[in-house]
Design a binder for this molecule. Sequence first.
Ligand SMILES: [Zn+2]
Length: 208
Amino acid sequence: MAKAANILNAVLRCLDFIPALATAWGNFAARKDSLTFLIALPRVSLMLELVLFPDERLHKISSSVENINGEIKELVDQMMEIMHQGGGIGLAGVQVGRMESLFVVHVLEEAPLVFINPEITSCSDNLVPYEEGCLSIPGVYAEVMRPDAIELRAWNQQGEEFTMETRGVLARVIQHEYDHLRGVLFYEHLKRGMKKRLLATYEKSRNQ
Ligand SMILES: [Zn+2]
């Protein structure tokens, strides 16, 4: 029971990333500027790379998806696979070098979710702390304050519009991924000293 609780805590305390897998993945990923995943699929073979900080693309603003076609569906399928392979629970298009406004999320026992052209329409005034990490900045974590609850609208992989009200971990992951679409990384929410320390730790791990 205690073991199960520890595992749950380990999963809950992180964001893009599951800490139990972070060390092995981080040690590997931090040595490279980008990683390339080639996934053989019957319809379209997309070549996606996991974009790592300090790649400039991570600061760019993503563009609306005009048409949720077969390529977009394939893209989100492959992003879901890369997110799972990396031990993550959220992944935005820009993190695999694609500038379409979309991200995928898979939190604990919830079903995997796809958000295309998402728009957060409302945020609670209540801000809460939570430790975040990011697949694009492997190996570093920090507590970030964000609204506890949000409302949003988006389109799913089938091209259907939906709205959602959510709070807690799911709301947290969605806000983190939504930031990616606006070129914002989680460390940018930190106070100056914290930000500096986090980036110095990341830089050090990359050079080891
Ligand atoms: Zn991230």
